[in-house]
Ligand binder design. Sequence first.
Ligand SMILES: Cc1ncc(COP(=O)(O)O)c(C=O)c1O
Length: 376
Amino acid sequence: MKKYNFDQVIDRTHTSSFKWDNVTYPASGMLPMPVADMDFPVADEILATLNRITDHAVLGYAIVPESLKVAMQAKIRQDYGWDTSLDWQVWIPGIVPGIAAACAAFTTPEDGILTAVPVYHPFHLVAGWVDRPLITFPMVQEGNRWTYDFEAFEIALKKGPKVFLFCNPHNPGGTVFNAHEIERIRTLCAQYDCLIVSDEIHADLQISSQTKHLCIASDINFFATSKAYNTAGLGGAVAIIPDKNIRDAFTKKTFGFFPMLTRHSIEVMETSLTMSSDWMESLLPYLRTNHDLLLASVNSLPGLTMLPLEATYLAWIGYDAKLHGDFQKRLFDAGLHVLRGEQFKGGDFIRLNFACPRVQLEKAISIIQQVVHAHA
Ligand SMILES: Cc1ncc(COP(=O)(O)O)c(C=O)c1O
């Protein structure tokens, strides 16, 4: 097995990087840990695919070949035991536009869009994009993890939303919903006639080796390889939609709005699904070690709390504002960029992306310690 070295620091500045080339950063530099991509090079096989396309040097319109469809179908069967038909697949350039299309297709301006908060911001922003009312309910801490307040969920469903946006694994809570929770979600949404739109983009990024990601197998299920294989800049995703009427209504909303997938994204997705497991087998232990280091460091500091993640590389860190003031700004001023809880409708929290070489994470921890101690 090839062992990848994720300790290698790669300069990403001046590469049109959303994360590293942020125009608000001072010239003296910033350690960026906001948007969810990893500071690691892709797997050798993915590089070989990209090089093969470059050598061929023709970049015309592309189609999704049967081989990619079959590879995705096989993954869903292998991971979840769910037998899907190739006809159920709708290939799209990204999950966020897919969520917007689903919301536009299955709600009217009177219907609400329902989601739990805190949540990955497009889940709540989409209501404004498509001019629909937003209905939310809170996540709660139960033991050592974030889960739904199911009573609040039912109260929210009584308001009549027609689409429920389900994020599993949850960003930013890191929750992998268990079989019991998934059954409750399915039952409640069926009872109140609310379509489930499920986003499983973080499914392969399992931080807890005790947890197994389960797919809700609902009305619309989004899958992508881009998060786990670090190809987010290329895009590409699939919606699995078993019902033909729902599939046709969804697809109609994409016409004229969604560009065709690029050859790069198509071939890279197929490579991700069919290549050796070496890269993922190196990546997960590395992310788990980063996670454990961050968890222990954060929880040893006054006024900061982090729950262990079951999945994702996005830490959700609560802070005592009486002790730490505007913590996100204070960290920014000290050279560390993390996202504000408010962006996720989450209050006094920050979200920190720890998918980076260990030396960068150590630097981030040291900035957090300095900022905390400056006030303590
Ligand atoms: C839960 C979730 N869904 C979707 C996306 C983005 O998906 P895409 O790039 O396919 O639009 C992200 C990116 O961070 C995410 O965290």
